[in-house]
Design a protein around this ligand. Structure first.
Ligand SMILES: [Cu+2]
Length: 64
């Protein structure tokens, strides 16, 4: 969690549209304020896309 900067560290599975295997990495949120909705250890579902050279989370929600 890096709420002030709108970043989340996420351990993700394969992301097929970005051709990325599972790993733990830092993502930037398009909606930076959304970072504060999550706590460490939360499971999340998210959508990510490339915006220029940066991967940006465009949608995120807590997974059931
Ligand atoms: Cu990754």
């Amino acid at each position: 969690m890096d709420a002030p900067n709108g970043k989340l560290t996420i351990k993700h599975e394969d992301i097929k549209n970005l051709d990325m295997p599972g790993m733990t990495m830092v993502f930037t949120l398009r909606d930076k304020a959304a970072a504060s909705q999550f706590a460490s250890g939360d499971a999340v579902k998210f959508a990510v896309e490339m915006q220029g050279q940066t991967m940006v989370i465009t949608a995120i929600e807590r997974a059931p």
